[in-house]
Design a binder for this molecule. Structure first.
Ligand code: MGD
Ligand code: MGD
Ligand code: MO
Length: 767
């Protein structure tokens, strides 16, 4: 299997390399933001739109899930939030004429970047079986087609209902209700590829699959450990929180194979100091090998156990279970293995230990660097062990902080977007809506792809996202998608999933977060939940991109009526007219949402209850917080191979490419680069700037190849390499997933790097 850049693309991918930077944000970020925003929106719209981001009466930033503080700045957004907004509020439009002049075969040869740059989708489009072009279709006909294909299935379990993480609580709740009334729990979502490992590890150990800290806890912490996360690019507003935490006396340990500029120094563009020197954030940088985190925390745990008076014995006694077994395993931790797994030296680990022991309250933050490995679940459980030992859960300034990705991915899960719903949730649905929900587990993303590949799933419906580009094993996934009878995408922008289709395909264009949502009862607000369990309202103000757009909520309501007909007692029409009717039902089904309507009318919204955080109640099987003991794992590399992580540049939002630069890492005008430690490169004979192919090696014996990457000598940890997603998804084997959570191991791909063809230098931008 090999992937090359698409041929028919006018955008040239020709990476240039300069030195990486050592600080994030500051004045260049402001300039960059305004340039990108102006290009898409024009000056007036830019000003009006950006001032509404994350204000209490405005809309929730469609960028990341980082919470807003209570004291908001006039401009509570960041460079990358502004890019996300500009991408949605762009003035460019994809019209019926566009599709008439571009056959699908042509669109399939364009890069994802080019597709996204064409602008907002404006009307429903249908690709008929054997058709060469998408053609306009009425909403009525579109719903008829979906209903017809769904009804033709032998079983409801032959359908897949995917969700990306931007969908509001209201739309998500209706969507899962529709899928379950239709008869399936096949509700895979982006979370399966993202923080599923965090959810799996946390629900087992502390009883709640979400983070246990609020913003104030960061300000009260003595020590914050940021592991496997690049907030300067992916959660830029977190840097302001870290800056404030430092001012209040916290220290920061960063654990990462890459020195990320944002964690080194932050120049807050909203303060005078920030425009000059900025604040140094990291006190100790542990440049760890990919996948070495479990071994690191295990050794820290051993050292804590060996230190007199270091344990919070009262907490362990009262609130935990499984201590003895865990302590026995931790005492076995071995220095030689730790140093091999982590690539660190002993002094660095001991220095970290010193900082831990000096700190009464510790928070650990993490993101994809910890969740996308084979042993991610035991790694995160080891972090829980680490926190439990010193009672660092359920008191101010301490706890777990998995930093979520999509702006409402956490809310979607709370609303029941889950292929393995808890029994209590289904019981509550049954009681409220008077139907018998299916009880068997459904497909997650990876199982969904297998089912499509094997002809067991026949209709694929996506509420947002870009399934074929975001998923692993691009060629397998694309072939799987092409086997479907019907693929349907509710989307704002054109992407590759619209052009790699089943026999028939529909594009259903929808409103974005920034746009006014007018229904029969008047203007609607929606609600979202951030990474810290705060729920608040979001109100779009912009004129919709086209008069033909329907809201996601309206699309689900109408589809449900068409598909389920009189069999459904649910008042879908009422829900579409007035979203407060949906919230009323949510308040009766989902714990923590009592008096929902009243609570979201308060400025800033409300915080959901969280047993471990609020009063140290742990709703686990044992009724206590569980210590766990797992064998240490870490990736082992055959000679001459590197371990590749696939990650984000500064100019993208997942599969949406904003531009071809990765400013902080010093990469310009191209994305097909692979970052390699200079000593490894030397050993492997890879000159800086040479062109090479990345070939992934997996136990199934299949060679997966991504061609035409420029080698960049870069100070990553030894034995490790890094390249951008989604260009490298072709290298991630479908079956290479995390144990328990089944999340693709996208940060742990064994590759060899083969000298490539010089001609690739002129390769067009990648898909
Ligand atoms: N602007 C922007 N914002 C975004 C997104 C975006 O694409 N663009 N995506 C959103 C989404 S959905 C998500 S999930 C988040 C993602 O946010 P991140 O998790 O920050 O995203 P990645 O680029 O995948 O970066 C992973 C980081 O972990 C490090 N890392 C990789 N492997 C390891 C490891 O084994 N151990 C340790 N300790 N570190 C490791 C990498 O070097 C890198 O710094 O961001 C969200 N916000
Ligand atoms: N190799 C590798 N693969 C990865 C990752 C990785 O680090 N490495 N990260 C994984 C992670 S963390 C995630 S979360 C997934 C992301 O997977 P997805 O969520 O599926 O992908 P996105 O690129 O965020 O989806 C972008 C599309 O969403 C649509 N969209 C945007 N806003 C809206 C909206 O408001 N409503 C609707 N209906 N549609 C909208 C647009 O059409 C846009 O093209 O990718 C995963 N894949
Ligand atoms: Mo994510």
């Amino acid at each position: 299997m090999a992937s090359k850049p698409p041929a028919g693309d006018p955008i040239q991918d020709a990476p240039e390399v300069t030195a990486p930077q050592h600080a994030a944000a500051g004045l260049p970020a402001i300039g960059h933001t305004l340039r990108i925003a102006n290009r898409q929106m024009g000056a007036t719209r830019t000003a009006l739109t950006l001032l509404r981001v994350n204000q209490k009466d405005g809309f929730d930033c469609p960028g990341c899930a980082w919470p807003e503080g209570d004291k908001r700045h006039m401009a509570e957004f960041c460079e990358n939030g502004a890019k996300a907004v500009a991408e949605e509020a762009t003035r460019r439009r994809v019209t019926a004429e566009f599709f008439a002049s571009h056959p699908v075969s042509d669109l399939a040869n364009r890069s994802g970047y080019w597709l996204g740059q064409q602008g907002r989708l404006t009307q429903p489009m249908l690709l008929e079986k054997g058709g060469e072009h998408y053609e306009p279709v009425s909403w009525e006909r579109a719903f008829d087609i979906v209903a017809e294909e769904l009804r033709a299935l032998d079983s409801p379990d032959e359908a897949l209902f995917y969700t990306s993480g931007r969908t509001s609580n209201e739309a998500a709740f209706l969507y899962q209700l529709f899928a379950r009334e239709f008869g399936t729990n096949n509700l895979p979502d982006c979370s399966n590829m993202c923080h599923e490992s965090s959810g799996s590890a946390l629900s087992e150990t502390i009883g709640v699959g979400k983070g246990s800290v609020l913003l104030e806890d960061l300000y009260r912490a003595d020590l914050i450990i940021v592991a496997g996360q690049n907030p300067g690019t992916n959660h830029p507003r977190m840097l302001s929180a870290l800056e404030r935490a430092k001012k209040e006396g916290a220290r920061i340990i960063t654990v990462n194979p890459l020195p990320e500029a944002g964690m080194e120094r932050f120049k807050n563009p909203q303060t005078p100091l920030g425009l000059s020197r900025g604040t140094a954030l990291t006190d100790l940088f542990l440049q760890i090998r990919l996948g070495g985190d479990q071994a690191l925390f295990r050794m820290l745990n051993k050292l804590i156990l060996e230190t007199e008076g270091a344990l919070d014995e009262e907490f362990i006694q009262q609130h935990t279970h499984g201590y003895e077994e865990f302590a026995a395993a931790a005492r076995d931790a071995d220095w030689e293995e730790t140093l091999r797994a982590t690539g660190l030296d002993r002094e660095a680990v001991e220095q970290a230990l010193g900082m831990v022991l000096e700190s009464r309250s510790v928070v650990v933050c993490w993101a994809m660097g910890l969740t996308q490995h084979k042993h991610s679940v035991p790694t995160i459980r080891e972090i829980v062990n680490f926190l439990l030992l010193r009672g660092n859960i359920g008191r101010p300034g301490a706890g777990v902080c998995p930093v979520r990705g999509h702006s409402n991915v956490q809310g979607d899960r709370t609303m029941g977007i889950f292929e393995r719903p808890p029994e209590e949730f289904l019981d509550a649905l049954e009681k409220e809506f008077g139907f018998a929900p299916p009880r068997g587990h459904g497909h997650d993303v990876v199982r969904g792809i297998r089912a499509l590949r094997d002809g067991e799933s026949k209709v694929f419906f996506a509420m947002g996202g870009n399934f074929v580009s975001a998923s692993p094993d691009t060629e397998v996934t694309e072939a799987a998608m092409r086997r479907a009878r019907l693929t349907v995408h509710v989307s704002t922008k054109l992407n590759r999933s619209h052009v790699v289709t089943g026999a028939r395909a529909l594009i259903l264009p929808t409103l974005g977060r920034t746009e006014r949502d007018l229904q029969a009862s008047g203007e609607q607000v929606v609600t979202v939940e951030d990474s810290m369990g705060m729920v608040h309202a979001s109100r779009g103000r912009l004129e919709p991109a086209s008069k033909e757009l329907l809201s996601e909520t309206a699309i689900v309501s109408r589809l449900a009526r068409r598909v389920l007909g009189d069999a459904s007692k649910t008042p879908w029409e009422e829900f579409e007219k007035d979203y407060s009717k949906i919230r009323d039902r949510i308040s009766r089904v989902v714990p923590g949402f009592e008096d929902y309507e009243e609570k979201i009318s308060r400025p800033g919204g409300f915080v959901l209850p969280h047993g471990p955080r609020d009063d140290r109640t742990f709703p686990t099987a044992t009724g206590k917080a569980n210590f766990t003991a797992a064998p240490i794992e870490y990736p082992e590399l055959p000679e001459g191979r590197l371990l590749l992580q696939t990650l984000r540049s500064h100019d993208q939002y997942n599969t949406t490419i904003y531009g071809l630069d990765d400013r902080y890492r010093g990469i310009k005008n191209g994305r097909r680069v692979v970052l390699v430690n200079p000593e490894d490169a030397e050993r492997l004979g890879l000159a800086d700037g040479a062109y090479a192919d990345l070939v992934s090696e997996w136990r199934d014996g299949v060679e997966r190849r991504a061609a035409g990457f420029r080698v960049v000598h870069y100070p990553t940890a030894r034995g490790c390499a890094a390249a951008y997603y989604p260009e490298t998804n072709v290298l991630v084997p479908l079956d290479s997933t995390a144990d328990t959570s089944n999340t693709p191991a996208s940060k742990s791909v064994v590759v060899r790097i083969e000298p490539g063809d010089r001609e690739e230098a002129a390769a067009p931008a990648a898909r």
